[in-house]
Design a protein around this ligand. Structure first.
Ligand code: UT7
Length: 319
């Protein structure tokens, strides 16, 4: 028995912030941001919240799957920007969408969050514990962003993506996750309530070059590792859906794997880096744009704070 994605959905805030607007806030330019990151604009919450976007994405994914909220047995939400600490976002989503019978918890694995939720869901399904699981990545990163720091504020955006997994026949693949806590300082956020000292703004802090070097080394490594683990060849993969952080990172990963960049779809130009939401938003867009076809084999890869990185493989079953 394996968990197959049978529905997807996403929700992003209405408000668009383009690079030009950002260049009026910090010393940067549209040209610099496009050239160094590929990002052109991002969405920023106004009325929306991590919970409201997660609930909307979840409702769309359930409608897409033709599954009612009452059928959902487990909701896993990946987020680093929940509305409140308690109750968790998954419980709030349960309340919003009326998934009365679901167990709920959140996962904090930053940009590997959706991949982690996917692997947990797969493991539960393989063990026969649950048959219908809703996984969501939802972030309001604008709340954690220092809007005076040009090294970070140009990168991030807000949004949510969701997928419904159901148990069924098909090949099951083993996923991989790695972490190196000794490098945690490269991308950190104490949160406004836990300032380490008076010099700590509480916002996200990042050593961009360090994270960049880490990503371009570790992502190709883990892609090779997950292919080997599952006895797959790189040519078996139709699309590599990689965390949408930076166009140069993704192009460099493709180059290191000696693959055409066409196999690495991107939408970071529209939404920036939405952390745990980036992979499910992209999956849903690819599906609705008719890019993903039934029978495609897809490799998901994530990397980010922790530092953590990982990869997983799935066969696409939606027509
Ligand atoms: O989910 C994972 C999250 N994190 C990431 O994926 C981040 C990975 N890292 C990156 O994407 C890149 O490192 C950045 C986009 C953050 C920065 O690009 P870079 O090519 O690594 O730039 P840099 O930090 O090496 O800085 C180059 C120059 C510096 O000026 P000097 O020292 O050469 O005079 C920076 O001060 O660019 C300057 N700079 C900027 N200039 C205009 C840094 N940020 C900006 C900016 N606008 N926003």
């Amino acid at each position: 028995m394996t968990g197959r994605i049978c529905g997807t959905g996403f929700c992003v805030p209405e408000r668009v912030m383009d690079n030009k607007e950002l260049s009026g806030m910090v010393d940067t330019s549209d040209e610099w941001i496009r050239e160094r990151t590929g990002i052109e604009r991002r969405r920023i919450i106004t009325e929306e919240t991590t919970v409201s976007m997660a609930a909307k994405a979840a409702e769309r994914a359930l409608a897409d799957a033709g599954i009612s909220p009452e059928q959902v047995e487990l909701i896993i939400t990946a987020t680093i920007s929940s509305n409140v600490i308690l109750p968790c976002t998954a419980c709030e989503v349960q309340k919003e969408i009326g998934a009365a019978w679901a167990a709920c918890f959140d996962v904090n694995a930053a940009c590997c969050g959706f991949l982690t939720a996917f692997q947990i869901a797969q493991t539960y399904i393989a063990a026969g514990v649950y048959r219908t699981i809703l996984i969501i990545g939802s972030e309001s990163l604008s709340k954690l962003t220092d809007w005076t720091d040009r090294g970070t504020c140009i990168l991030f955006g807000d949004g949510a993506g969701a997928a419904v997994l159901t148990a069924g026949e098909g090949r099951s693949f083993r996923g991989i996750l790695h972490s190196d806590g000794s490098k945690g300082a490269a991308l950190s956020c104490s949160g406004s309530h836990w300032k380490a000292d008076e010099n700590d703004s509480g916002f996200m802090k990042m050593d961009g070059r360090e994270v960049f070097k880490f990503a371009v080394k570790r992502v190709p490594e883990v892609i090779h590792e997950v292919l080997k683990l599952n006895d797959c060849s790189i040519d078996d993969i139709d699309y590599f859906v990689v965390h949408q952080a930076n166009r140069r990172i993704i192009e460099s990963v493709a180059k290191r794997l000696d693959l055409d960049a066409e196999k690495f779809p991107m939408n970071l130009q529209e939404y920036g880096n939405t952390s745990s939401a980036s992979i499910p938003i992209l999956l849903d867009e690819l599906r609705r744009n008719g890019v993903l076809k039934k029978g495609n084999r897809i490799l998901l890869a994530g990397f980010g704070a922790g530092l953590s990185w990982g990869a997983g493989i799935l066969d696409w079953i939606i027509e």
